[in-house]
Design a protein around this ligand. Structure first.
Ligand code: MF3
Ligand code: CO
Length: 263
């Protein structure tokens, strides 16, 4: 990833809004397909068709060889689950949907975890805390703060609720590329941790993805043999919530909320 943080012009921001609106709508479509008896492949179809119908391109499809438009991750799967005709969603499952849409050269990216039918109390709390962690972090997504303040807010909120934040995957800047600088960890890197990510100041015109990835148990993850699916190492439940946001002079603007305030 290039180190350069691309500050977006008003014209670029307008296109980002459009791309993000399509991504948000696609997330709603995916969410509606989280139903007992649906396969994760059918969830992907719903997302993919919506993106294409709206004149955008599903940016995950083919990204580093990923074979679908949508990452669909069930229960202990954290991120990057591959949709499959053989994987049926059941009552009691939690399903994470993550997708990107490219429109007129700019990318919108969002994710969310949704319950299928009646889920455990732990699952409900995990979904809620993961989403709330994003909104906690949003308070720090403005000029005057730095990237680690954002991640620190996610971590503090998640850990105070008895859950853990994934360390091995992080949020990111976004624009013409799905992943731009800066990296946006969901934790405050310890001094001397060896982590090389920078801690830039937030400035107006930055577009970033804040995406808490939360485990009910330990934060350690592993990657399955398919080379993609990231699962919690202890097989505890995991949840993900992500929006593309714009840093402004004041309140950040959530770009991927346009169609679905309840996402
Ligand atoms: N949307 C994911 C993110 O938040 C990336 C998906 S990986 C892909 O960064 F291979 F599916 F594209
Ligand atoms: Co992302």
């Amino acid at each position: 990833m290039s180190e350069t943080i691309h500050i977006k012009s008003p014209h670029e921001i307008e296109i980002m809004r459009q791309a993000a609106r399509i991504a948000a709508g696609a997330r709603s479509m995916g969410r509606q397909a989280v139903q007992a008896g649906y396969t994760t492949w059918q969830i992907d179809r719903a997302v993919h068709e919506y993106i294409v119908k709206n004149g955008a391109v599903p940016s995950c499809l083919g990204y580093e060889g990923f074979p679908a438009a949508t990452c669909v991750s069930v229960n202990e799967e954290v991120i990057h689950g591959i949709p499959s005709r053989k994987k049926t969603v059941r009552n009691g499952d939690i399903v994470s949907i993550d997708l990107c849409a490219t429109y007129k050269g700019f990318v919108g990216d969002c994710a969310g975890t949704y319950a299928c039918g009646e889920v455990s109390e732990e699952a409900r709390k995990l979904i809620r805390v993961t989403r709330e962690a994003f909104f906690e972090a949003l308070h720090y997504a403005r000029p005057g703060y730095r990237i680690f303040d954002v991640g620190g807010a996610v971590q503090a909120y998640v850990e105070s609720n008895g859950f853990s934040v994934v360390r091995d995957f992080v949020g990111h800047g976004i624009g013409r590329d799905m992943h731009e600088a800066p990296e946006v960890p969901n934790y405050r890197p310890d001094k001397g941790s060896g982590l090389r990510v920078g801690n830039p100041r937030l400035v107006k015109g930055m577009t970033i993805c804040i995406e808490p990835m939360v485990c009910a148990g330990d934060w350690r993850v592993k990657i399955l043999k398919d080379g993609w699916t990231v699962v919690s190492a202890d097989k505890s439940l995991a949840a993900h919530y992500e929006n593309t946001i714009l840093i402004t002079d004041g309140e950040p603007e959530i770009l991927t909320m346009a169609d679905d305030l309840m996402a």
